[in-house]
Design a protein around this ligand. Structure first.
Ligand SMILES: NC(=O)c1ccc[n+]([C@@H]2O[C@H](COP(=O)([O-])OP(=O)(O)OC[C@H]3O[C@@H](n4cnc5c(N)ncnc54)[C@H](O)[C@@H]3O)[C@@H](O)[C@H]2O)c1
Ligand SMILES: [Zn+2]
Length: 342
């Protein structure tokens, strides 16, 4: 097992990489803990959670709704959960985002932890203290920043994860390589087959090194006033691609990172061989690197997505492989650049 600590003003989070879900009963008291568990995780892994009471979370983004949030409060009251209890969210990002928000608002905030069971959840969603739900079409509009007491990243649970979800997680891992630590993408490139064959040691290293990047960034800027913004590398484009083309998050981030890196090259910040390197590794992972995108639609959607007035957008660009910067762009210039890129 590999351990990490994330220590911020909103709390201390202990992160256990490659701990088993079955060990949860040794970390918390089952009689004072309520689990919020993703329905698919329950189907595959319920035998590891014996002795606990649980509430099932239907799979999918729709569970991050205000209706589901209030349904859970009703259940918690029915079971008799009070402020001396603890909530543990078990599943991917949907379940942990929701569980963290429920726990942070019930009785003005009770203790909580996560068992993260998707690759994206382990390297991204469960780490960093952002908890929330969606409202009226806006993602994560209602939320808080509060650290879970612990996060268990159980590598073995990834075996039951559908291939599309598994592949999606690699987009964020490659992101960490290109914004901060090129060793991550180099290691992944050399071990891609082993990773897809569920080689435990390889996955453990990739997950651990990725979390380390996120932990260091969040520790220095929990509230995203500065450095934490670089975690959005590829994401301004990706959110528009996700909306307009219905691709998955990881697939959209893959295309978004290609656009951001090509933009960095066309502004003269990096050499075009960084674009080639990124393209190659994304391709090897099975993520898309080409799509037919409409530049005008993309620009308008990106502006709307930001829910704010004005025509300035922030992009995360690369100054080198492993070094990201925030770059501001006007809508008119963005349209021009997108016309060249798309
Ligand atoms: N809080 C943050 O900082 C942060 C960061 C990134 C993403 N997110 C959020 O995370 C969510 C996406 O998370 P996700 O990609 O993990 O999706 P998810 O939680 O929807 O899980 C993906 C699918 O895999 C299934 N599943 C989960 N674990 C499984 C397992 N071990 N075996 C079999 N099936 C399993 C789920 O039922 C679901 O169908 C989004 O809502 C996003 O907003 C949050
Ligand atoms: Zn993402």
């Amino acid at each position: 097992m590999l351990n990490l600590e994330l220590n911020t003003s909103s709390g201390l989070s202990r992160i256990h990489v490659s701990e088993s879900m079955e060990n949860l009963k040794n970390i918390v008291d089952p009689s004072m803990t309520i689990l919020l568990v993703d329905e698919n995780v329950l189907n595959f892994h319920n035998n590891k959670l014996e002795g606990f009471k649980h509430i099932t979370i239907p799979e999918g983004e729709k569970s991050k709704s205000i209706e589901n949030y209030s349904r859970i409060f009703a259940k918690l009251l029915e079971i008799g959960v009070d402020r001396s209890w603890r909530i543990v969210g078990i599943g991917g990002g949907v379940t942990t985002d929701l569980a963290g928000f429920v726990a942070s608002t019930y009785f003005r905030g009770i203790a909580f932890g996560f068992v993260s069971t998707t690759l994206l959840g382990q390297v991204d969603a469960s780490i960093g203290g952002k908890n929330g739900i969606n409202f009226e079409g806006y993602k994560n509009l209602l939320g808080v920043i509060r650290q879970p007491e612990f996060v268990i990243c159980d590598i073995d649970t990834l075996k039951s994860l559908p291939l599309v979800e598994f592949t999606d997680g690699f987009a964020e891992i490659i992101k960490y390589g290109f914004i901060k630590n090129p060793e991550i993408s180099d290691f992944l490139e050399d071990n891609i087959e082993a990773a897809f064959n569920q080689d435990r040691e390889v996955l453990k290293k990739i997950v651990y090194e990725s979390i380390k990047v996120k932990v260091n960034i969040v520790q220095s800027d929990e509230r995203e006033l500065g450095e934490r913004k670089i975690l959005n590398f590829g994401h301004t484009f990706a959110h528009a691609i996700e909306k307009l083309h219905g691709l998955s998050h990881g697939q959209s981030v893959s295309l978004g990172m290609i656009l951001a890196t090509r933009m960095s090259a066309s502004l003269g910040l990096i050499h075009s061989n960084v674009v080639d390197k990124l393209t190659l590794i994304l391709e090897k992972t099975g993520l898309p690197v080409k799509a037919d995108l409409d530049p005008n639609n993309m620009a308008e959607t990106m502006l709307k997505d930001k829910k704010k007035a004005g025509d300035i957008l922030q992009f995360i660009l690369l100054e080198a492989e492993g070094k990201a910067i925030v770059h501001k762009l006007k809508l008119a210039d963005l349209k021009k650049i997108l016309n060249d890129l798309c």
